[in-house]
Design a protein. Structure first.
Length: 369
């Protein structure tokens, strides 16, 4: 293998020289499929939500088409170098652990390169999915975004799914024909932070959108042919607004009927206005049982043909055996078929001692580090 290492020097040098923009955040489901991460824009154009720390202190950067397409070309070049090494070592282009060992043996510092690691893992998983970062890729001008998507699809022909984050307000502002242009160019799925359907809660957390705008934006996205994945935040209204938060979130989601509904229970993050509200006693958070009561009300009100998912560590309620109350896979519970099952699971959780829920949450927090 030492001789092989020497023969890989030129490939390693080319891999070292190739880089592209990668952001810090992506949905868990995109991590599960080892999606290629590629930055369309940097940070968040809104960046005012009181609960979110992800982009605080960072200005929004609108990336030009030429910069993004150049990044796509660099991804293709990294792919081609990795494939060439696989062929050179007699692996037939396959992406294996042995190939990784050979490349790292010839250039150990490649393991510290996010670009190399991202592309290698993407190839190892089949090179089928890509996630376009950061917080609101749909804020890009539609014609420019479509040009980027067409170049992405043409250059990385193995892709079968391309996804992005966006805001409901951005969708609300987009014309239907603009959304269809972007969909036809190759964007398949949208991840959208709904958080709440209640106008008072949305105003309190400075979400910058109303429930009515969320409905219109979400319906536009569904009509344009996107798979729509929406996230809501149990306990965002605290103890004072839990009921209206649950009822109106169910109402808005039912009106949209997205393909996926994903639960992301509130976690106050240091450095955010909401964290200060909790610390100062202006927002009182619910207990694990109270959160389950809120969840029961929201789920009971859902009239959708969606998949309801708990694919995040903070959905760490316990069942009577001390295991996790909900399945935490990316496809979740199919509605309406599994709605009775999910409500039964919630009833089981409500019958469990609250201390078990606290223990489950601490355990999941440790496992997610």
């Amino acid at each position: 293998m030492a001789a092989d290492h020497r023969g890989l020097a030129a490939h390693v040098e080319r891999l070292r020289s190739l880089s592209f923009e990668i952001g810090a955040y992506r949905p868990p489901s995109e991590g599960g499929s080892a999606s290629l991460l590629l930055r369309v824009s940097e940070n968040c154009p809104w960046n005012r939500c009181t609960f979110c720390e992800m982009y605080k202190g960072h200005r929004f950067v609108y990336r030009p088409v030429q910069a993004i397409t150049a990044d796509i070309d660099r991804v293709a070049a990294i792919r081609d170098e990795i494939s060439a090494v696989s062929s050179k070592l007699g692996m037939g282009g396959k992406i294996t652990r042995e190939l990784a060992a050979a490349l790292l043996g010839a250039g150990g510092d490649l393991g510290a390169s996010p670009c190399f690691v991202t592309v290698f893992n993407w190839l190892a998983a089949g090179a089928r999915t890509a996630f376009l970062q950061d917080a609101d890729s749909m804020s890009m001008r539609p014609r420019e975004f479509a040009a980027v998507l067409r170049h992405l699809r043409q250059t990385l022909g193995s892709l079968t799914r391309v996804t992005a984050y966006t805001r409901s307000k951005t969708l609300f502002k987009r014309k239907p024909e603009e959304l269809r242009t972007i969909r036809d160019a190759g964007l398949d799925r949208l991840h959208i932070g709904l958080e709440s359907g209640d106008d008072a809660v949305l105003a309190c957390v400075n979400k910058g959108v109303t429930g009515a705008e969320q409905i219109e934006g979400g319906r536009k996205a569904v009509a344009a042919g996107f798979q729509v994945s929406m996230y809501w935040m149990p306990d965002l209204g605290g103890r004072a607004r839990w009921r209206q938060h649950a009822e109106n979130t169910a109402r808005v989601l039912s009106a949209i009927n997205p393909h996926y509904i994903r639960s992301r229970p509130l976690v106050p993050r240091p450095g955010t206005p909401l964290y200060d509200e909790v610390a100062q006693g202006r927002l009182q958070l619910s207990s694990p049982h109270e959160r389950l009561q809120e969840l029961a009300l929201m789920i009971a009100g859902l009239e959708v043909r969606s998949k309801v998912c708990f694919d995040h560590a903070m959905n760490a309620w316990a069942d009577r055996r001390g295991g996790l109350l909900f399945r935490q896979d990316y496809e979740g519970y199919r509605f309406p078929q599994e709605k009775p099952l999910l409500l039964e699971r919630i009833r089981e959780g409500l019958a469990v001692d609250a201390a078990m829920h606290v223990h489950a949450r601490k355990l999941m927090a440790v496992q997610s580090l």
